[in-house]
Design a protein around this ligand. Structure first.
Ligand SMILES: Cc1cc2nc3c(=O)[nH]c(=O)nc-3n(C[C@H](O)[C@H](O)[C@H](O)COP(=O)(O)OP(=O)(O)OC[C@H]3O[C@@H](n4cnc5c(N)ncnc54)[C@H](O)[C@@H]3O)c2cc1C
Ligand SMILES: Cc1cc2nc3c(=O)[nH]c(=O)nc-3n(C[C@H](O)[C@H](O)[C@H](O)COP(=O)(O)O)c2cc1C
Ligand code: SF4
Length: 645
């Protein structure tokens, strides 16, 4: 018996035999081309996850009608797309996994995407007071509903021709079918609204129509919410009833997810959520049905094994863990737990997954996501001696990649510990799991015998003494100070110092800065019963690079729930011994403050790079010392740079 023996038992969904209990759920990647055609990059991305050992691969959703298609995603609303899906299916089959296609009408999820394409309507079961008049909502008539049912059936028939082993009906997260299931979004008075049966009728009609289209015995699952994650939304009790009704209509499996993407964040739970927030609810749904149940949401390898061995669900859908490490199933089956690149649920991948304008998709722990063809690195013909200055994420990753390429690397860190700012991030409540990344990197460097020099600052003199062939400057960034009178007073401290336990916060506290760190610090203090106020010169979460929306919403929801006072669009003019001074409507206001915590951004620490100019040595810069950024960008830049040295 291996540690993960339950996960590697074969399982069945209807007539479909799967080699294990690990499913890759649908995740948008924006890897199709502009016209919605498959790309080599997309094929390589899914094939890598199939080779990595997952039993069933579900690519990003397939739009069932033209009005529900997003740019850069693969639709299935006409026969011309069948060949593209066939290409994916063949690649996944060849790599040893089974292949499913998720069918979706976007509905209210268009609100989350932020962009309503020209001429498109947001289809809804019923209008609601919160629907802004400037958005093109369209309440479905019964005739529209029946038309949609036919769209799903036609797309399912195409999915079968394309080589799918299973089709999944997307009925969660606030998409069109999900919005009919939810009492919050479905206020219809006809046979499609009101009680649970009526609200499930649209989904049932689709399941029955798909069944007719694909034939008896063709595997069909339905992905529903176990909870909308918001007051007035779907509860697990109702979800269990809906699961039973859908089973009766012909579903071979119920896949459990949650959340309404424009209102709640349960669908892609980020680090503040506990592990497996939907496992308990999936268990309740499993008790209500006889078909297999699949559960998703922050299920790591160890929890996955417990879920299956404890009979809480029959399969686990592991989304982000398979982005972070496509080889996850193979590694855990082979007992290579220490080699796992664990997802830390930072949600950086979400920023670009559905929005190509946000830059290439990236993952904090796996910069090769969606760039599978570029990895493993090609070894170098002429190894160099490389000095890496700075042992934060950028420096450690550079040391790892350069060693992989065959260079001889010496890593220097001025502090007595590797990790840099990441160690501070890990000290925040909820972010302890972030340490998995630094632990992985440290293990790798140790295992591969990389020379590590702690407590050693790299200087121009040291470089001249060591005479390396190349220096990589990865000296990071330091917190910005506030350029106002009183900013040097002793009760004004940096957020970094507070988090790291180097500076205490007493009495009435004002946090200056309303991006992630400011928000996290304020929540932490308030949860300890402290008197805390946020002041920020822009809106909450604004003023800088775009923040990931699920994490932003999770933190903002908590700030609202905790009733933390906020002064938005308020530029601090002065800090006195007892107050923070801000202007409002031409008057000055004094917010009482015994401690002021600054979280106003970072400044690149790039002095070393300047000192090394003119030495005639190859010098590269990477990470926050170039420009403060998020950690997935740090990893991506490190991987890109390593490929060029
Ligand atoms: C509280 C907090 C929370 C965060 N949360 C997130 C998050 O949720 N998601 C996210 O994506 N990002 C987050 N970040 C940002 C992320 O941590 C950074 O982008 C990333 O760690 C930067 O890595 P780096 O190696 O470039 O720089 P750093 O981490 O700053 O590392 C630079 C290292 O170089 C060392 N050094 C400096 N000069 C020298 C020298 N001359 N010689 C030798 N060593 C030197 C420093 O001591 C330091 O260890 C957070 C940051 C903080 C502080
Ligand atoms: C980038 C991204 C895109 C997603 N797109 C979809 C989608 O198209 N359909 C869907 O049902 N779920 C989608 N999801 C949700 C995932 O399928 C999964 O349920 C969620 O990420 C939670 O599981 P995890 O914690 O294992 O990642 C998406 C998630 C991510 C991270
Ligand atoms: S970016 Fe973060 S959340 Fe996304 S897969 Fe990577 S580690 Fe996980």
């Amino acid at each position: 018996m291996t540690q993960f023996s339950a996960l590697f038992q074969p399982g069945k969904i209807g007539t479909l035999q799967l080699k294990n209990r690990i499913i890759m759920p649908a995740m948008g990647t924006a890897l199709a081309d502009e016209k919605g055609k498959v790309t080599d990059r997309m094929v390589a991305y899914y094939a890598a996850r199939a080779r990595g050992g997952a039993g069933l691969i579900t690519p990003q959703f397939a739009a069932v009608s033209r009005d529900s298609a997003f740019a850069y995603t693969l639709p299935l609303h006409d026969d011309s797309y069948i060949a593209d899906w066939r290409t994916l299916a063949d690649a996944v089959h060849e790599a040893g996994a089974r292949f499913s296609i998720q069918l979706m009408h976007v509905g209210l999820i268009l609100l989350y995407s932020g962009v309503v394409p020209e001429g498109a309507s947001i289809l809804v079961p019923s209008m609601a007071p919160w629907m802004a008049p400037d958005k093109p909502y369209h309440e479905l008539t019964e005739q529209d509903i029946l038309g949609c049912v036919e769209d799903f059936a036609a797309a399912a028939a195409r999915a079968k021709i394309a080589g799918a082993d299973l089709v999944e009906l997307h009925a969660c997260h606030g998409c069109l079918v999900s919005s009919f299931l939810s009492p919050l979004t479905n206020r219809r008075q006809d046979r499609f609204g009101g009680n649970v049966e009526n609200r499930t009728r649209f989904a049932c009609l689709i399941v029955e129509a798909i069944r007719r289209a694909v034939g008896k015995g063709f595997p069909l699952s339905v992905r529903i919410n176990c909870s909308d994650g918001i007051e007035g939304g779907l509860t697990v009790e109702e979800a269990a009833q809906q699961a039973r009704i859908l089973e009766g209509a012909g579903a071979d499996a119920i896949s459990v997810s949650g959340g309404l993407e424009f209102w709640s964040t349960l669908s892609v739970p980020s680090y503040p959520y506990p592990d497996g927030p939907m496992v308990g609810m999936a268990e309740k749904i499993k008790k209500a049905v006889n078909v297999p149940v699949i559960v998703a949401g922050k299920v790591n390898a160890e929890l996955a094994e417990k879920v299956i061995s404890g009979g809480k669900a029959d399969f686990v859908a592991m989304g982000r863990p398979l982005l972070a490490d496509p080889e996850l199933p193979n590694k855990i089956r082979q007992g290579r737990i220490d080699d796992l690149r664990r997802c830390i649920y930072c949600n950086n991948c979400l920023k670009s997954a559905t929005d190509p304008s946000a830059g290439p998709m990236s993952c904090t722990v796996n910069p090769f996501v969606a760039r599978e063809a570029k990895y493993p690195f090609k070894p170098v013909a002429k190894p160099k001696e490389v000095m890496v200055a700075g042992g934060g994420l950028a420096g450690m990753e550079m040391a790892m990649y350069l060693t992989e390429r065959g260079h001889k690397v010496a890593l220097y860190e001025k502090d007595n510990e590797l990790g840099g700012q990441w160690n501070i991030a890990c000290a925040l409540p909820g972010k302890q799991g972030y340490a998995a990344l630094t632990e992985y990197l440290k293990r790798w460097l140790k295992k591969n015998g990389v020379e590590i020099n702690l407590g050693t600052a790299v200087t121009r003199e040291l470089v001249l003494q060591k005479k390396p062939d190349a220096v990589v400057v990865a000296t990071g960034a330091v917190p910005l100070r506030l350029n106002v009178p009183g900013a040097d007073l002793p009760h004004v401290i940096q957020g970094h110092d507070f988090i790291a336990g180097r500076a205490p916060a007493r009495g009435r506290i004002v946090v200056v800065g309303g991006r992630f760190i400011g928000m996290e610090v304020a929540i932490w203090l308030k949860e300890q019963g402290k008197d805390v106020t946020i002041v920020t010169r822009a809106g909450l979460g604004e003023d800088g690079i775009r923040l990931e929306e699920f994490t932003f919403k999770t933190l903002a929801d908590r700030i609202v729930e905790l009733n933390i006072p906020m002064f938005l669009n308020s530029t601090v003019l002065e800090i006195t011994e007892k107050a923070v001074v801000i202007p409002m409507k031409g008057r000055l206001f004094r917010i009482p403050a015994d401690t002021v915590i600054l979280s106003v951004g970072m400044r690149p620490e790039n002095r070393l790079a300047k000192e090394l100019e003119g030495l005639g040595i190859e010098v590269h810069m990477v990470g926050d010392c170039v420009r403060p950024r998020d950690a997935s960008d740090v990893s991506y830049q490190a991987a890109r740079l390593a490929a060029t040295i």
